[in-house]
Design a protein around this ligand. Structure first.
Ligand code: FES
Length: 160
């Protein structure tokens, strides 16, 4: 794993925070480590296709999950929903290099949050670009409950 890329992403995570005007949100939690990642998506239309205009994330997770989420949200801008659906955890973490076996699930959490958001924002291939916005795209900390307490040795992301 490329430690310099990891440190760069951790020291300056991109697109971190709740997106209040999002069109879709997806959340995943890992039963393995107790970490959670939430991703928000904002869509727009380009050349008659629904594309991702912006993506943001929140994470109570390890540094690898935060780094991958940061990179993924940058990578997603301008992609169609179909293209985003094909993005794998390995592709999203490419700048970090191959993840060690115990960190593979960290990237998969980000992929899971993306897929959940895509499912929420475009449940059918023919769904219109104006898919209904969920009534409440809540703050990740609200759904973490007990899990919101930082774990020893884990990075705590402070929400603004
Ligand atoms: Fe669980 Fe990285 S997300 S250790």
């Amino acid at each position: 794993m490329n430690e310099q890329e990891l440190n760069n992403a951790i020291s300056n995570p991109r697109n971190l925070g709740e997106m209040t005007d999002a069109d879709a949100v997806g959340t995943v939690g890992s039963p393995e480590c107790g970490d959670m990642v939430r991703m928000w998506l904002k869509f727009t239309e380009k050349d008659g296709q629904k594309v991702i205009d912006r993506a943001s994330f929140q994470s109570f997770g390890c540094q690898t999950a935060i780094a991958v989420a940061s990179m993924a949200t940058e990578m997603l801008k301008g992609r169609t929903v179909a293209e985003a659906r094909l993005l794998s955890a390995a592709e999203m973490s490419t700048p970090l290099g191959p993840l060690p076996p115990m960190k593979i699930h960290c990237g998969q959490m980000v992929e899971g949050a993306l897929k959940a958001a895509l499912e929420a924002g475009a449940p059918a291939a023919a769904a219109p670009a104006t898919t209904a916005i969920p009534a409440r795209l809540g703050h990740l900390a609200e759904s973490l409950g007990e899990a919101a307490a930082p774990k020893p040795g884990k990075l705590k992301v402070v929400f603004e």
